[in-house]
Design a protein around this ligand. Structure first.
Ligand code: ADP
Ligand code: MG
Ligand code: MG
Ligand code: MG
Length: 423
């Protein structure tokens, strides 16, 4: 069948022809189908039985253009193949944090997957001031499992090179190269500046050669450092949560790139949640006071703890997977029979370099979310233009310090201290 962007009606007909989904959904005449996509690129449908709420699936279909902009920004549907493949690979590496793929048809760019019924998008939860007790543990596990097992530290050299070749994602990487690493750092037509953002803050960033150089260096690392299969778009809108579970969705930007890119995007989005609470906690007003009475840890302190625990948990788990793998195979990336001191020195230097990369990428992501095309709701939805701009200025200050100082930070507490100073 030739590709067709589906509507609720045509999707119902499509689903009737897929035996595994028929079985799962039961009575096809009693289905509710609603389009719920809130992302920038694709159609997303919830499909559920009216008679049995346990029977439901999510259907995601790629459109042949960038949804955020419209048909004037064409895009191939290749990304659906990338996403389906990545969901399967990540699901095998970390099943507890990845929705299960139930059906995939490349010709329709269509993925049916496990419906996360009892979960919300993390970004929304963080705006609303909700804490999640397992969040940092789960996200650090997800990143350690997916990123370690895609790398040369685990795969054979041949398997790794095959994997690199099989996962090129030229178009979506180009979006990142332009919209994260290039346009936000110049006065580009696609940039969107918030109405009260002081021009001085903008010019300060755009006119600093050190910032331009640092952004170009991070872009180079992104384009040339094929370390592991990345999620590629690991912001807080790609995470779904509740009090017990954490799932990572939407890996359509997956490709072989630098490990620090996934880590850095996630850290940046947690930091953006942190800075934006200067507005949201005031808005929550009485509720915030009540929450504070119940919970002695202020919400922003909790957010900074997540930043610290995500990095420390990731570094610790990644290193532990690495050491355990070397021990079980009796060899290492360095070769056979290396002494423990050399092995641990190499691991420490490796993780320190991933840390610097992560901070550089976090800086780029924060600049891009402030000046670039795609915004984040925790800041862009602040209706008071002055308050919004104030948070954006702080965000840019933090971004600049991370980007320029990325190799100077020795540990994550220096980063959380800096975030506090930027408020
Ligand atoms: P896009 O690539 O367009 O950003 P996403 O995969 O992020 O699409 O999905 C858009 C939205 O659809 C998500 O923000 C979430 O609200 C919802 N969604 C996507 N996948 C699922 C799922 N498996 N279960 C529940 N909701 C989902
Ligand atoms: Mg998305
Ligand atoms: Mg699963
Ligand atoms: Mg997406």
């Amino acid at each position: 069948m030739t590709y067709q962007a589906l509507t609720p009606d045509t999707l119902a007909n499509y689903l009737r022809q897929v035996p595994e989904l028929l079985t799962l959904l039961g009575d096809m005449d009693a289905l509710d189908i609603v389009e719920v996509g809130d992302g920038n690129l694709n159609l997303v449908y919830f499909v559920g039985s009216r008679t049995n709420p346990e029977r439901s699936v999510v259907v995601k279909q790629a459109l042949p253009y960038l949804r955020l902009v419209g048909e004037g920004w064409p895009l191939t549907r290749h990304r659906a193949d990338r996403e389906a493949h990545a969901l399967k690979v990540f699901g095998a590496r970390c099943p507890q944090h990845v929705p299960e793929v139930l059906h995939f048809e490349s010709a329709q760019s269509l993925i049916a997957m496990q419906h996360l019924r009892a979960h919300i998008i993390l970004r929304k939860g963080l705006i609303d001031g909700i804490t999640y007790p397992n969040l940092a543990d789960h996200l650090s596990s997800y990143m350690a499992q997916t990123l370690f097992h895609g790398s040369d530290l685990y795969l054979s050299a041949a398997d790794k090179k095959r994997a690199v070749a099989a996962t090129t994602n030229t178009e979506l990487c180009k979006i990142t190269e332009d919209l994260i690493f290039t346009y936000p750092f110049e006065d580009h037509a696609t940039n969107v500046y918030s109405p009260s953002l002081p021009r001085a803050a903008l010019q300060r960033l755009h006119n600093d050669p050190a910032v331009s150089v640092a952004a170009a260096q991070m872009k180079w690392v992104f384009m040339n450092q094929a370390e592991s299969l990345l999620h590629g778009d690991l912001h807080t809108g790609s995470v779904m949560v509740n009090q017990t579970d954490t799932y990572v969705i939407d890996p359509e930007f997956a490709f072989y790139g630098p490990i620090g890119f996934d880590v850095g995007l996630l850290l940046a989005n947690l930091l953006s949640a942190y800075l934006s609470q200067d507005w949201h906690r005031v808005q929550a007003g009485q509720n915030a006071a009540q929450n504070a009475a119940q919970d002695p840890v202020p919400y922003q302190a909790w957010l900074l703890e997540q930043v610290a625990q995500v990095w420390d948990g990731f570094a610790q788990k990644f290193t532990a997977l690495w050491a355990a793998h070397d021990a079980s195979t009796g060899t290492s990336f360095m070769g056979r029979g290396r002494d423990d001191a050399s092995l641990s020195l190499f691991r420490e230097a490796f993780m320190q370099r991933v840390f610097s990369d992560s901070l550089g990428f976090a800086g780029c992501e924060l600049v891009r979310r402030t000046l670039g095309l795609a915004k984040v709701a925790e800041i862009a939805a602040i209706p008071d233009a002055t308050a919004r701009a104030q948070i954006e200025v702080r965000t840019l200050r933090l971004a600049e310090a991370l980007l320029l100082g990325r190799t100077d930070f020795q540990c994550i507490s220096e980063v959380t201290d800096l975030a506090e100073e930027c408020r």
